[in-house]
Each structure stands twice: as C-alpha cells, then as structure tokens.
Design a binder for this molecule. Structure first.
Ligand SMILES: C=CC1=C(C)c2cc3[nH]c(cc4nc(cc5[nH]c(cc1n2)c(C)c5CCC(=O)O)C(CCC(=O)O)=C4C)c(C)c3C=C
Ligand SMILES: [Fe+2]
Length: 398
C-alpha cells in the first residue's frame, strides 16, 4: 500500500512539469516573445514613464535589461539582511525556474509624442490607437508609454516577473493597466502535427498564421528591416505590436446555431477546416477564386475578410499570438470573457490597420466588443551582455 507520506494532500503544490526548467534565450537580433512559440500563459502590463531626459530613459532601459536577463534565465533569489525588505517577492520560492519565460518590451506612441527629444525618432507608422466603429474604448485600459509582455508556461512565473520589475523600476514607471490571459494546453497529437488552441468561442484560433519558423518570411512581414528607408535606423530589428482587449458576448454566442457560428468564421468548428472541404484540416488553404459568390465561405466570413488571399492583400499578412481572458462578471451579471488579441507586423498601416478596416462591420461584431489596448513598437533585441534594450534609440537622440 502507498505510504501516507507519498499520497498528495488536497492543498499540495501541483508537481512541476519538465518545462519549468526550460529557457528561452534572451540575447539575439530580435526580442523573444514575438516569433518564439507561445506558451500557455501571458500578461501584458502597460506603464507610464516618469523619465524626463535621455539619461533617465537609459537608466530605465538598462535596469529592464538586467532584470529580464536574470528572470528569463532563472537562478537563486539573493539572500538579504532580514532588517530590509527581501530582494525577491518569494512567490516562486528561493529558486526561480526560467519556465520558458519571455519578457518583451515595447514602446507606445505617447513615449514619443510627449517628449520633444524623442518625437523625431518615432517609428514611421506608430500612432495612438483610435476607436473603430464597433469599439467601446475605456480610457483606463488603453495606451501607455511602455508595454511589457510576459509569456511563460505558468501564470505565477509571469506574476513573479511583473512584481520583480515593478519593484526594481518603481522610481521611473507607473503601472497603467494590465491584462492576463491563457490558452488551453493540448496533448501531443498521434500524427505529430500541431493544432491551434481554441478561443472562448470554441473555434481554433491561429490556424492560418504565417509560419513563424520561416525566418525569411518573418523578416518580411514581422520585423522592420534595414531595407526600409522610411523607418528610423534605430528601429531595425523591431516590430509593430497591436494589443486589443476584446470582450466576447459568450452567452449570446452559446445560443447561436452551429451552422451560423461556422459561417461567421468560415471554418468548421471541430476540425477548423475551411468550409466545404470534406475531411479537411485547419491548415488547408481555402480556394476563394472557385467560390466567387460565397456559396461555401460567405463573403463576410471573418477569415475571408481578414485575408481574402488576393495578390494585393499579401502585403497585409500579420502574426497573431493572443490569449483568452476571463475577467470575472460584468455589472449586468454576464461573463467578462474575451480575447487578448496580440499581433505583430513590420508596418502598422499595411498590417493590422488594413485587416481591421476590412473587418469593420463583419457579422462577428454582434458577439464582440473591443474595449482596450494600444499600438506599440517592440524594441530591437539585445545582442549580448554589453548591449541593452533600447540602446539604438538612446544613441540616436540628437
Ligand atoms: C484585425 C485583426 C484581427 C482581429 C481584431 C481579430 C479578432 C478575432 N478573431 C477571432 C477568431 C478567429 N480569427 C481567425 C482568423 C484570422 N483573424 C485575423 C485577424 C483578426 N482577428 C486574421 C488575419 C486571420 C487569418 C485569416 C486567414 O489568413 O485565413 C480565425 C480562423 C482560424 C485562424 O486562422 O486563426 C478565428 C477562429 C476572434 C474570436 C476575434 C475577436 C474576439
Ligand atoms: Fe481573427
């Protein structure tokens, strides 16, 4: 018989799975957390900066670099004098496992607009997020000078990293808003193929994402390249990041017939295959040219509007890397669930803005209500120990 000591108790800590020891490299031409695989849990946290001059901004960027380099690679929390507050919150214990944590730093339109010495250096298509026709933006959930995106296998790892950074930067930035999210973990498939996680409307989300392992494609559609003469030179290696907090009216959706749900997205619910492909898979490519009137895939289907797959819409490809969120209960007693939409593109206007303008007025709008987020620019990567986040921007200040 199993001994009493070996049998878990109700409140025992869940046993860590092996991913807790895995690291995502911190140094590189690009920051991690954009084209690296999305783990199960995410948090975005937007901050306003106190920094009034380039020196203060540089100090903050150096501190962020130091903390993120440590947190993403893991190690022991330093022991300190018991008379002082502890250096680490302690919520992960004395040893901080890397847990495939990434912390991605991006900067908002207001960072440039509110500081005359940064204004001339603003990335070409960065702008303040304005409301779309179906939006109901709430001021306290929008914008920010700096956005930190935390991704890890478990949410405590992200929360620990967020608290570490807040503690170490409290003299230079103030938290403005935050949003947590997660995606369901799926068991490995028998055929070895990966499948997309489902969103809170029950559909696979991410199926048609461009291949993030295709470096040449990512250089073209995600990263601002050296070949773009309109972008400030410091921005090469960065990316435009869109954050949208989108509430879903899940109770209404759950009362909507299956066939209507599938026509709204243009995909079969279980397999995720494009409509009309018998025995199809989520990775099948729809043939819209053979369906000009929308008999199979309605012309207003979400995925058809988002990507009509015409030669001229090739330039609008984006990489999506979102999370589902559950924020509790609304004042009217509804579930406050939704999608923490995150996308990356080499050009905000050609990417997200072009796609969203095609989606405006789509049938899905009956079931969604965007209320927050913002547009940000992901800083180029930190190349090695001698480099720091935002160095190219600081050195470009006149
Ligand atoms: C402006 C960009 C987009 C927003 C905002 C957006 C919101 C949103 N999407 C879903 C669910 C799905 N989206 C799917 C595909 C898809 N969506 C966008 C863009 C936005 N979505 C794109 C570019 C695509 C890919 C189209 C293609 O290339 O075929 C799908 C289908 C599966 C998939 O490919 O991911 C689903 C499902 C929700 C619920 C939502 C807002 C809450
Ligand atoms: Fe979508």
């Amino acid at each position: 018989a199993e001994s009493e000591a070996a049998r878990p108790q109700v409140a025992d800590a869940p046993i860590a799975h092996s991913d807790a020891r895995r690291r995502t490299p911190f140094y590189g031409v690009h920051q991690a957390g954009v084209v690296t695989p999305r783990p199960a849990c995410g948090i975005v946290a937007a901050f306003d900066l106190v920094a009034a001059n380039p020196e203060e901004l540089q100090t903050l960027f150096r501190k962020l670099t130091e903390r993120i380099a440590f947190l993403t690679q893991g190690g022991r929390a330093p022991d300190r004098d018991p008379k002082l507050p502890p250096a680490d919150s302690g919520i992960l214990g004395p040893v901080i496992e890397p847990d495939e944590l990434t912390v991605t730093v991006s900067v908002g339109d207001s960072l440039f607009e509110d500081r005359a010495w940064l204004k001339p250096l603003k990335p070409k298509t960065l702008m303040r997020m304005a409301g779309f026709p179906n939006d109901a933006l709430v001021a306290r959930s929008c914008h920010g000078d700096v956005l930190l995106q935390f991704c890890a296998n478990s949410q405590p790892t992200n929360i620990h990293a967020l608290r570490d950074i807040i503690k170490n930067t409290s003299d230079s930035m103030v938290l403005r808003w935050r949003q947590e999210g997660s995606v369901p973990v799926v068991p490995p498939q028998p055929d070895g193929k990966s499948e997309s996680a489902r969103n809170f409307l029950g559909f696979r989300d991410g199926s048609a994402n461009p291949d993030s392992n295709d470096d040449a494609l990512m250089e073209k559609i995600v990263w601002v390249g050296a070949g773009d003469p309109d972008e400030p030179k410091w921005a090469h290696g960065g990316s435009y990041q869109v954050v949208r907090l989108i509430r879903m009216l899940v109770e209404d959706w759950d009362r909507t017939p299956l066939g209507e749900q599938e026509r709204i997205f243009g995909r079969e619910k279980w397999s995720g295959a494009p409509l009309g492909v018998l025995g199809g898979s989520e990775h099948d490519i729809p043939d819209y040219a053979a369906d000009p009137k929308g008999d199979l895939t309605p012309l207003t289907a979400h995925m058809r509007l988002a990507n009509p797959r015409r030669p001229e819409t090739e330039a609008n490809l984006i990489v999506r890397r979102g999370f589902n969120f559950s924020n509790g209960v609304t004042k009217s007693g509804h579930l406050e669930d939704g999608l923490l939409f995150l996308s990356y593109q080499a050009d905000l206007a050609q990417g997200f803005l072009a796609v969203q303008s095609r989606l405006n007025g789509e049938p899905l709008e009956e079931y969604i209500k965007p209320f927050g987020g913002g547009y940000f620019f992901v800083l180029p990567g930190v190349r090695d120990e001698s480099d720091y986040l935002g160095r190219s921007l600081i050195e470009a200040i006149a």
